[in-house]
Design a protein around this ligand. Structure first.
Ligand code: MN
Ligand code: MN
Length: 327
């Protein structure tokens, strides 16, 4: 269950209204790399590992909940940046627009000018944040990625944290407000913290590469196809040992000829690896059985009932009541 605490996680402050920056900041409210995307991605991923990986469930739910707290901070900041807009709109009865007349035509021109920055703030949302990105695209569930496998999901989350961090880094260049900058720096930093949490969690699952269960075909996992002419650059991506599987990189220098010579790679030979078709098949069987057993065991109904949560104190008092009745 969720419990709302009235204070923000970080004391977000703003020195003055800024409709332009409010519009840019919408990117982290309802955009593809924003806080709602992160919150919903980790929330949805958590369900699948509640029983089999309770530690990862706990982490995913904690981080999802923190992302909701960030969404709240971003929304509050946008609202503060829009100070004045809401009040002006509620001033609907004042047809003479006295405030503007007193301030002169220049103020009115400014107001119209600000409205053009993001018309939605002024004519649709009544001066509140909208669940869109900075150019008005509505938030979409298609931003969410989850494959139901932690070795895949945690990697997807490393990507999500990377892009979220970068958007904050870029946003910081577009405001001079030291208070807003302070909040953005906090939000950016938390994504750096989350990145490391996901990496550390991934490292506790072994083996975790390749993602999922099935090993790769040993004939192709260490081949580098030199698909261009000119200077050939070398690096750990095509020479020495492959970083995660420790196989020797093999460069196919002339891919066109090689594909023809091997009947379209059907007659490819495996080189530079200890893995064989036989070892791959047996590793696949072993890991499949291990993961299946772990999940089946964790999800098995107890006493014919499936229950998501355990309420220990209640169970204890129920047992005590039972023993009282039987006396
Ligand atoms: Mn965040
Ligand atoms: Mn994050």
């Amino acid at each position: 269950m969720f419990h709302h605490v009235k204070e923000l996680q970080f004391n977000a402050r703003v020195s003055k209204p800024d409709v332009r920056f409010a519009k840019l900041l919408l990117e982290q409210f309802g955009g593809p790399n924003g806080e709602l995307k992160a919150a919903m991605q980790y929330f949805v991923q958590a369900f699948g590992c509640r029983k089999a990986f309770p530690d990862k469930y706990d982490m995913l739910m904690d981080i999802a909940t923190e992302e909701f707290s960030h969404l709240e901070i971003v929304g509050a900041t946008i609202q503060m940046l829009l100070t004045g807009v809401t009040g002006e709109l509620k001033n609907a009865a004042d047809e003479s627009d006295l405030t503007k007349m007193l301030d002169g035509n220049a103020a009115k021109e400014n107001y119209i000018h600000d409205a053009m920055v993001n018309p939605q703030f002024f004519i649709v949302s009544g001066g509140t944040p909208t669940l869109t990105d900075s150019v008005g695209n509505p938030w979409s569930a298609s931003y969410i990625m989850g494959m139901g496998d932690l070795t895949a999901d945690l990697r997807l989350n490393l990507g999500a944290e990377t892009s979220a961090k970068m958007v904050y880094e870029n946003l910081m260049k577009f405001t001079d407000d030291v208070y807003v900058k302070e909040t953005l720096r906090f939000l950016m930093t938390r994504e750096v913290a989350h990145y490391q949490m996901f990496q550390a969690a991934l490292d506790t699952i072994q083996p975790n590469f390749p993602p999922g269960i099935l090993e790769s075909d040993p004939k192709f996992s260490n081949k580098y196809f030199n698909m261009s002419k000119g200077e050939d650059y070398k690096g750990p991506w095509n020479e020495g040992k492959s970083p995660l599987m420790g196989e020797e990189w093999q460069t196919v220098e002339n891919p066109v000829q090689h594909v023809r010579d091997t009947d379209g790679l059907l007659e490819e030979e495996s080189k530079g690896t200890d893995r064989t078709e036989k070892s791959v098949q047996s590793a696949n069987k072993k890991l499949s059985a291990e993961r299946k057993e772990k999940i089946d065991k964790a999800n098995a109904p107890k006493n014919g009932v499936m229950s998501w949560s355990e309420y220990e104190d209640n169970q204890k008092s129920r047992d005590e009541n039972k023993s009282l009745i039987s006396k």
